[in-house]
Design a protein around this ligand. Structure first.
Ligand code: ACO
Ligand code: ZN
Length: 281
């Protein structure tokens, strides 16, 4: 038999309306009890406030002036922007972001304590504003060397290469901090798929670009991916040779073939010249 607290953690919301999208919730999220079990919860896609009816949302929309996430725009290229939001300065907005994100994350305890985190929100711009696509959070100080705490592409935008952009951006920040970084563990199944694909692509790209054999240190230094994550990725792809006392990474035909397929997909990447960011001091 389930205890009361277990029952109350079962998926509570049905659907969320975010902008023009209606999305099914995947997991429990701690919205206030009076909002749970509504057929649809109506969100303002810019300020992330939530309403039990479309009428109430419409009334709010006539007053809401926000057209992008409430922080500094630290990246803009084509129609993609990143906004940096300090959890301590934008507590309500960040808590509301966590409530949305918990709908799609099962394994994380999302705390109401947003103060220790920065939130990096990716938007796509059109004539109506900068629409939230996804985000990652990052501890202001991570003793474990994590460069991402939680990462999410909103379900209506998944599988279009946006997760890859979020991940790439998180490593761009680590490069500017002169640090190696890794996502917080445990990863979800989808998180692992997304990261594996990214790590593999970056490592293979570097190996293809270099004439000589390249060491694990070199790969870590140039990508900001940790030795552990590189090792795991390369082991899974059988790309590690032990040579004269060090680990050498080398390409196999199978890996090359897979890489060519990925490259055929023509996806966007982060333009590092468009990043306007220095590590907070
Ligand atoms: N099935 C198989 N492979 C997948 C899938 C999937 N459902 N999703 C991503 N991948 C792999 C693929 O190789 C994909 O490349 P492809 O589409 O060319 O085959 C690659 O990852 C990149 O996919 P993107 O489209 O860039 O990723 P997406 O925008 O869908 O975002 C993410 C990935 C962020 C993990 C998303 O699935 C998500 O938000 N999931 C729910 C929340 C979650 O689990 N977050 C991670 C938790 S762990 C943590 O926070 C540290
Ligand atoms: Zn609003």
């Amino acid at each position: 038999t389930q205890s009361h607290s277990e029952i109350s953690r079962v998926k509570n919301l049905n659907k969320l309306q975010i902008g023009k999208h209606e999305v099914e919730s995947w997991y429990f999220s701690p919205y206030p009890a009076e909002y749970a079990h509504l057929p649809i919860l109506y969100l303002c896609e810019f300020c992330l406030l939530y309403y039990p009816s479309s009428t109430q949302l419409r009334r709010h929309r006539t007053k809401c002036t926000l057209l992008h996430p409430p922080g500094n725009e630290i990246y803009r290229h084509d129609n993609i922007s990143f906004f940096e939001i300090d959890g301590r300065r934008q507590r309500t907005w960040c808590r509301n972001l966590c409530l949305i994100s918990k709908c799609f994350l099962d394994h994380k305890t999302l705390y109401y304590d947003v103060d220790p985190f920065m939130y990096y929100c990716m938007t796509v711009k059109d004539e109506y504003g900068c629409h939230l696509i996804g985000y990652f959070s990052k501890e202001k100080e991570s003793t474990e060397g994590y460069n991402v705490a939680c990462i999410l592409t909103l379900p209506q935008h998944q599988r279009k290469g946006y997760g890859r952009l979020l991940i790439e951006f998180s490593y761009e920040l680590s490069k500017r901090e002169n640090k190696l970084g890794s996502p917080e563990k445990p990863l979800s199944d989808l998180g692992l798929l997304g990261y594996r694909a990214y790590w593999q692509e970056k490592i293979v790209e570097l190996l293809l670009d270099s004439e000589d054999e390249i060491s694990l240190d070199e790969v870590a230094h140039r990508t900001s991916i940790t030795h552990g994550d590189i090792m795991h990725t390369c082991q899974a792809m059988q790309m590690i040779k032990y040579y004269k006392g060090t680990h050498i990474l080398h390409l196999t035909d199978a890996v090359l073939e897979q890489h060519q397929k990925t490259m055929g997909k023509q996806r966007q990447s982060i333009n590092s010249n468009a990043v306007r960011w220095k590590p907070p001091t």
